[in-house]
Design a protein around this ligand. Structure first.
Ligand SMILES: [Zn+2]
Length: 254
């Protein structure tokens, strides 16, 4: 009998402390990967993970710490009023304003990611959704929104509520003149959607600079979305990236 093929599978937890540590490890790895991909821009950008017990609290990167330096022990826990209840560094006001409202509006969402990545913000200036021009971008077919407004740095939770409303039941939103926002049922998933959405923006910018891309038919785009755009597919796609960054930068787990 041949050995069964080995593939990573999603872990389940009985102990919330274990689940919390797992989410924090994935979150720290996400920052290291986002740094590697060049998604950092000064102090902008935040990725959050809901706490497994205190459901209106989330873990996030401390304000003004480089993504490339973040380890598990640097992550801070923020409550529903924007107060840091674990950790000794401050939270970015925009991280609280946006992510608290997204987490509140979407109880299914475990994690949300937002940065000022170059292709995402370039594409966002067009105020258009992404078109189904590649297999990969079909993950977002009928599953992303455009927040068609820009009102300065988001520091008001009312603005965060409007963004959350725009996200709706989708996995992502393009915030016009600002950048991308993705959500997921795991940190892994939200991180993967962010990475592949940023690259999809790059792909469409390149394709449109060169000519007129051929669109995938709606039926085929929907079928492809069901193949590459599920929660499990998003989680699964992140696993090799996690393994790579932990092997390369094991101190992220400190
Ligand atoms: Zn921003």
């Amino acid at each position: 009998m041949p050995e069964p093929m080995k593939l990573p599978s999603k872990m389940t937890f009985e102990d919330p402390a274990e689940e919390r540590l797992h989410r924090k490890q994935r979150l720290a790895a996400t920052f290291r990967l986002f740094s590697k991909f060049g998604f950092d821009e000064g102090v902008a950008g935040h990725v959050t993970a809901r706490d497994p017990e205190r459901l209106d609290h989330f873990w996030v990167n401390p304000f003004a710490v480089h993504f490339g330096h973040i380890s598990v022990s640097d992550l801070i826990l923020v409550n529903h009023e924007g107060e840091v209840v674990e950790g000794d560094r401050p939270v970015n006001g925009a991280a609280f304003a946006i992510h608290s409202q997204v987490h509140a509006a979407r109880p299914d969402v475990i994690a949300a990611a937002h940065t000022h990545s170059v292709y995402g913000k370039s594409w966002s200036s067009l105020g258009r959704p992404l078109d189904p021009i590649t297999q990969d971008v079909c993950a977002f077919y009928d599953d992303h929104a455009v927040f068609d407004d820009y009102t300065g740095v988001v520091l008001d939770i009312e603005e965060g509520k409007r963004i959350a409303h725009a996200v709706g039941e989708n996995k992502a939103a393009i915030l016009r003149n600002h950048g991308l926002l993705t959500v997921g049922h795991s940190v892994d998933e939200a991180a993967w959607w962010f990475i592949t959405m940023e690259r999809s923006c790059q792909a469409q910018l390149l394709a449109e600079a060169a000519g007129t891309p051929v669109l995938i038919d709606p039926d085929m785009a929907r079928l492809t979305a069901s193949q590459v755009g599920s929660h499990v597919a998003g989680w699964f796609s992140f696993q090799p990236l996690y393994d790579r960054i932990v092997r390369e930068q094991p101190d992220l787990l400190d």
